[in-house]
Design a protein around this ligand. Structure first.
Ligand code: NAD
Length: 351
């Protein structure tokens, strides 16, 4: 069985593809246009596998997408390609609308037309799995959890573009009968994440003795999921999810941002005992809050656990330690990933 994975050179997509090739029998065609966030070195371990192929294609290019479908004849699509960084969406929403909304529309249309050419039994088996975020639900107060029934209320250009794409995917199911699945997941962390997001940015900045910017008071709460747990959840939904349904995916690991940053600092104090930047906590700097910053995200993942038997295997403490150790062992990867792309500067201030 062949899966067409979009965004496979990104953080989650590459973890998914490494998992698919190492742990399952699927073949994978990775469709990625390699933006600043795409990095083929994340896929070095699978690059020469006969079950893996790469197509450098922008999902906004419908003709190129159609050619990929015709040549590779996928049995299912797992759609992860997106512009994914909230702060960048504040500075430049256009790319988010293009890729997340228009690109998703293209992929839906190409998938629908391609599926119509398949024999009946393959049409029945075809799946379009859209990978989305819990940020579409907006912000929670101190209490409560996002369920699959929570109304959409996105705050940022990023989350609103993902909300729009979720709606398109559901509409292509209801209107055209495309067999879709939607998953909305909380914040991921783990190896190979581009060092602009909170956890890798904090680790890489602390190692270099740079300030550790914490937005506002640092009391915003996120639920954290280790990226390999997300990969397992996505495969469970693809294989056993009910067509047309949405599944929330979360890690049962709510933490205030300031707690995450302090925990990373303590881990670095412990793991880099000879660092001249110890105690790393002294590098913490509170900075102007993100415009429209959601206060709290928290996921009720009971449905995927109940119906598909998935639950996270990694605890936040063990996953964070593994992640910090990975960044310590892969400083060269980080330096190359950001070279000429990102120097750690503050983004998303609405200038
Ligand atoms: P990422 O930014 O690390 O990777 C995105 C990938 O998509 C990159 O490889 C990039 O080159 C590719 N891409 C971007 N625009 C493209 C285009 N027009 N055509 C083809 N490829 C393109 O993102 P990620 O963190 O791996 O997130 C993957 C997906 O999961 C996204 O859809 C995101 O919304 C969703 N998600 C992310 C998180 C998280 O915490 N990172 C949480 C929930 C959901």
């Amino acid at each position: 069985m062949k899966l067409l994975v979009t965004g496979g050179a990104g953080f989650i997509g590459s973890a998914l593809i490494r998992y698919l090739i190492a742990e399952t029998g699927y073949s994978v065609v990775n469709v990625d246009c390699l933006t600043y966030a795409g990095n083929l070195s994340t896929l070095q371990s699978v690059a020469s596998d006969s079950r893996y192929a790469f197509e450098k294609v922008n999902i906004c290019d419908a003709a190129a997408l159609q050619s990929v479908f015709e040549r590779h004849k996928p049995d299912a699509v797992m759609h992860l390609a997106a512009e994914s960084h909230v702060d960048r969406s504040i500075d430049g929403p256009s790319a988010f609308i293009q890729t997340n909304v228009v690109g998703t529309y293209n992929l839906l249309e190409v998938s629908r037309r391609y599926r119509a050419t398949l024999p009946e039994d393959q049409q029945q088996q075809f799946r379009f799995h859209h990978i989305s975020t819990d940020e579409v639900y907006g912000s929670l107060g101190d209490e409560g959890l996002f369920t699959e029934e929570t109304p959409y209320d996105p705050s940022s250009p990023y989350s609103s573009s993902k909300a729009a794409s979720d709606h398109l995917v559901r509409a292509w199911h209801r209107t055209y009968g495309l067999p879709v699945l939607v998953t909305n997941c909380s914040n991921n962390y783990g190896p190979f994440q581009f060092p602009e997001k909170l956890i890798p940015l904090t680790i890489t900045s602390a190692l270099e003795g740079r300030p550790l910017p914490v937005y506002g008071t640092g009391q915003n709460v996120r639920d954290w999921l280790y990226v390999d747990d997300h990969a397992r959840a996505l495969i469970a939904v693809l294989e056993r999810g009910t067509i047309g349904e949405t599944y929330n995916i979360g890690g049962n690991s709510e933490r205030q941002n300031i707690v995450v940053v302090r925990t990373i600092c303590s881990l670095l104090d412990e793991l880099v005992a000879d660092s001249k930047n110890r105690p790393h906590e002294k590098l913490i700097t509170f900075v102007t809050d993100r415009p429209g910053h959601d206060q709290r995200y928290a996921i009720d993942a009971a449905k995927i656990q109940r119906e598909l038997g998935w639950k996270p295997l990694e605890s936040f403490d063990s996953g964070l330690k593994k992640t910090v150790e990975w960044y310590l062992a892969n400083r060269e990867w980080c330096a190359k990933a950001v070279a000429d792309r990102y120097a750690g500067e503050r983004l998303g201030l609405k200038t």
